[in-house]
Design a protein around this ligand. Structure first.
Ligand code: PEP
Length: 256
């Protein structure tokens, strides 16, 4: 059976006090509960070491939202994979549509970031997804295949097998317009068959593919019930524990 995952992407939200409060709230809400999925939390960099301390002795996995493509040195404002790993973070989001759109991160840059993460033992959560106009033009499958092809480039199947993929249609992120379970499932199945073709059946079957885009406590069960949807990458609804917990608990109602 594949891993089931609910991952929080806080984006650029929460100052130091608010962030540590949210970590504590989540730890308290999960205390003593048997949950049916893994929980990953990606706060801004400033929270990583404090969160790592608070998450000790919990099963919550810490992630960063970005990494530098360079190893170290004179890159003002950047944070290296090694620095992130030293905080105790285990995963890193790479290729989020906001990074692609606002910071010009293209396939070549994302390929370098993937290599950097892998070499430092950080598990990439690699995001793909089409714009609305690309879907309307019927190009959505090609767009996602190209994003995977460019960023994965010559990375071997053994490394690809360690990743998590998140399908996040850009038109659904932060808009309140969730992809229907059928639309999301169709793309997840496409991604899985892409993986099968390039990297073989076992990589394809093992890869967790998360859905992201206005996922919330009301739509999580129907999304997670789809055969190829293995959880969610959650933005807005991860910023308050009363909104995030129902998404984690959605897995209790999914039997597959
Ligand atoms: C995201 O940005 O990863 C995301 C899925 O955002 P939201 O849940 O707010 O749509």
């Amino acid at each position: 059976m594949r891993e089931k995952i609910v991952a929080a992407n806080w984006k650029m939200n929460k100052d130091l006090t608010e962030g540590l409060q949210l970590v504590s709230d989540l730890v308290e809400s999960l205390k003593g509960k048997k949950i049916a999925c893994e929980v990953i939390m990606a706060p801004p960099f400033i929270h990583l070491s404090g969160a790592a301390e608070r998450l000790k002795e919990t099963d919550i996995v810490l992630a960063a939202q970005n990494i530098a493509k360079e190893e170290n040195g004179a890159f003002t404002g950047e944070v290296s994979a090694q620095m992130i790993a030293s905080t105790g973070a285990k995963c890193v989001i790479i290729g989020h549509s906001e990074r692609r759109a606002y910071y010009g991160e293209n396939g070549a840059v994302l390929h370098e970031k993937l290599l950097r993460a892998i070499s430092e033992g950080l598990r990439p959560i690699f995001c793909v997804g089409e714009q609305l106009n690309e879907r309307e033009a019927g190009k959505h499958f090609d767009v996602v295949s190209n994003q995977l092809t460019e960023a994965f480039n010559a990375i071997g199947a053994d490394k690809i097998a360690q990743m998590i993929i998140a399908y996040e249609p850009v038109w659904a992120i932060g808009t309140g317009k969730t992809a229907s379970p059928e639309i999301a499932e169709e793309m997840h199945a496409h991604i899985r068959s892409f993986l099968k073709e390039r990297y073989g059946e076992s990589v394809a079957q093992k890869m967790p593919i998360l859905y992201g885009g206005s996922c919330n406590g009301s739509n999580a069960v129907s999304l997670f019930s789809q055969p190829n949807i293995d959880g969610g990458l959650i933005g807005g609804a991860s910023l308050a524990v009363e909104k995030f917990m129902p998404i984690i608990e959605a897995w209790d109602q999914v039997h597959k």
